[in-house]
Design a protein around this ligand. Structure first.
Ligand code: SAM
Length: 276
């Protein structure tokens, strides 16, 4: 590793960005993107930019923690949830005393994942004519993402995966923007949370976890295999028995290597066979 790269890594560590957790190729590619945007000529040059321009650290952090998301991202997985998984969870809950469906969206970005699952749950629960309720705990490591997710304000391009019927039922249109309804917001608890920190097992508001569904979608690609295990263990430790883990389409292979997870092919949903 070159000395200049070590300087950058050390600088990032001082600013609480632990590069050793990241997938190496992903980190170098991200760094090179920023080097080319700033027109730096070398790592050394870029290190000097980091030292002299505080905004560049924010830019690098933004590029490292890519926040791209979509409503109903991975339509096949959402169809599986709608047609098979959620109806099955509802049938099981009807036989239980505790009738709350509990969901954790681990890296929610600006909330599109959390609102998508809230829409599905609201629709299916309303049709099922039962007293089942739901709560979604949605977390992210970036404060601005959580603040934006709480507001739930999206532009026209953001909502293009949402049917007109759902847009009319669950969003208010104001000045060409779409605002998620209070009905959805009241069931989602957004909070700042680092899924690789060993400080907390699950989001504080959820107290004990016991989740029926956990989304760890499009977050594993940032990190190396050691961190994948930390994230997966965290999810498995606070998931309910015979519950489901949902990952990103491109991350399915990582989960397939983990013991105790059964992929519901061809979706990106995994049944977790833990007996609690
Ligand atoms: C590409 S977005 C994925 C959003 C959504 N899950 C999806 O699949 O569309 C990845 C998000 O993971 C968040 N993230 C990265 N590392 C994290 C960590 N250690 N703890 C919590 N969130 C994290 C980033 O801030 C970013 O908002």
């Amino acid at each position: 590793m070159s000395v200049e790269l070590i300087n950058i890594i050390e600088f990032l560590r001082l600013h609480q960005i632990e590069i050793q957790h990241f997938d190496e190729k992903f980190f170098i590619k991200t760094l090179e993107k920023r080097i080319s945007s700033t027109e730096a000529k070398s790592y050394d040059d870029y290190y000097n930019i980091l030292l002299s321009n505080t905004k560049e650290l924010t830019e690098l952090q933004k590029t490292l923690y890519i926040n791209y998301s979509e409503f109903f991202r991975n339509s096949l997985t959402f169809s599986f949830l709608e047609q098979i998984i959620i109806p099955e969870i509802i049938r099981k809950k009807q036989l239980k005393k505790n009738k709350e469906i509990r969901v954790w969206s681990m890296a929610t970005a600006n909330g599109q994942e959390a609102y998508s699952i809230a829409i599905l749950l609201d629709e299916i629960i309303s049709k099922s004519n039962t007293d089942i309720s739901y709560r979604i705990f949605a977390t992210d490591i970036i404060k601005e993402e959580i603040e934006s997710a709480k507001k739930g304000i999206y532009n026209t391009e953001d909502v293009e995966n949402i049917s007109l019927k759902r847009l009319n039922s669950y969003f208010e249109k104001k000045n060409n923007q779409y605002i998620a309804s209070a009905k959805l917001k009241n069931n989602i608890y957004f909070s700042l949370f680092d899924v690789i920190s060993d400080q907390m097992l699950c989001p504080e508001a959820s107290i004990f976890g016991d989740f029926d569904l956990i989304f760890c979608s499009n977050i594993l690609f940032y990190y190396n295999s050691h961190i994948h295990n930390i994230i997966l263990n965290k999810a498995i430790n606070c998931i309910s028995s015979n519950a489901y883990l949902i990952t990103g389409e491109a991350e399915k292979e990582i989960l397939k290597k983990s013991g105790g997870l059964i992929n519901l092919f061809p979706s990106a949903i995994f049944r977790v066979n833990n007996t609690k």
